[in-house]
Design a protein around this ligand. Structure first.
Ligand code: TRP
Length: 330
């Protein structure tokens, strides 16, 4: 049985990309592994949210996690900032993380480019905090998407470095969780890259039917195929990718054939796609509304999750401090 750790940043509502990329897999793996799923609300401070937004986002993401089927009776579900052992391990790991390697991290370089007026030290040490999240539970597996692979590689390096430095075999080097089937990357509706919050090209799990219809009908398409079996442009391929996760296989087949014979009408396809997304999202959305109104239940979930996560984290931290040389006097 593997120990699995995964976090999700609390930057707001979850979208279909989060669902098919991560959450659905969390739900699938929770019963076969010892899973720690948490809301990375320290990581989200790098973007300077307002206090009320931070709080609201944490609550929202938690309710959405649970609405998707993550079971707090099975997995350990918690909030990063409830575990003080994490920042303590982060401090210790920072002593063995070199500024040069942190500056060379792809995600850091991207932030420097995208937000030159907020290159804070938290961004620089983001991978160290993430490593602390993971190795504090001695994780063996981490489900990560492409954009987090380098961070996982750094986690492995920090774990290895600690072991070498102190001549111990204490931390396992966590591997990427292998899903067997290929990870589905959900594209956005703007015809370009993947669905993401920052680009606002996505469908949220909490979107109402009207919002979904509006967004899908506005999705970017092209002028339509003019020769049989024409190669698909990226925006059209994207619509088919979304369709492949929410619609019946027969529906996908129908529109693919229409495309191949140049008879496709994008307006008709989008209408169908919108209805299928609505059918998929509506039960989740209703559960989100119900769960997020039950503050008492949410409070119980995070309190129990924190207790379980702290038990695991404090045992590791005790060992680590002892290994480093913080010893009892008597
Ligand atoms: N950095 C991850 C992301 O942006 C979130 C995260 C924080 C995480 N700590 C983690 C993911 C530990 C996996 C394990 O998606």
């Amino acid at each position: 049985m593997d120990i699995v750790v995964s976090g999700i940043r609390s930057t707001g509502k979850l979208h279909l990309g989060n669902y098919f990329g991560a959450i659905r897999n969390f739900v699938r793996m929770q019963r076969e592994n010892k899973c720690f799923f948490f809301i990375a609300d320290y990581h989200s401070l790098t973007t300077h949210p307002k206090p009320d937004d931070l709080h609201g986002n944490i609550k929202q993401v938690l309710a959405e996690f649970l609405a998707c089927g993550i079971d707090p009776e099975v997995a350990t579900v918690f909030i990063q900032s409830d575990i003080p052992e994490v920042p303590e391990l982060y401090l210790l790991l920072n002593m063995n993380a070199y500024v040069g390697e942190l500056q060379r991290t792809t995600s850091f370089k991207e932030k420097v480019r995208k937000q030159p007026d907020n290159v804070n030290a938290g961004l620089l040490t983001y991978p160290v905090l993430m490593a602390a999240d993971i190795i504090i539970h001695k994780a063996t597996k981490v489900p990560v998407g492409k954009d987090q692979e380098q961070h996982l590689e750094m986690t492995r390096r920090f774990a290895r470095r600690f072991n070498t430095m102190y001549g111990v075999n204490y931390f396992p080097e966590p591997d990427a969780y292998n899903f067997g089937e290929k990870l589905i990357k959900i594209p956005g509706l703007d015809g370009s890259g993947k669905m993401g919050k920052s680009d606002d090209n996505g469908i949220y799990l909490s979107d109402s039917p009207e919002e979904i219809r509006k967004k899908v009908m506005k999705a970017v398409t092209d002028a339509g195929p003019t020769v049989p079996n024409q190669k698909m442009s990226v925006p059209i391929k994207n619509l088919f990718t979304i369709m492949s996760v929410v619609s019946d296989p027969a529906t996908v087949k129908y529109y693919k054939e229409k495309y191949a014979t140049c008879e496709i009408r994008y307006g008709e396809m989008k209408k169908q796609l919108a209805e299928d997304i609505i059918k998929f999202v509506t039960p989740i959305r209703e559960r989100i509304i119900q769960i997020s109104s039950d503050t008492k239940y949410l409070a119980k979930v995070v309190a129990e999750g924190a207790e379980k996560a702290r038990a695991s984290a404090s045992a590791t931290l005790r060992d680590v401090k002892e290994i480093i040389g913080y010893r009892k006097w008597i």
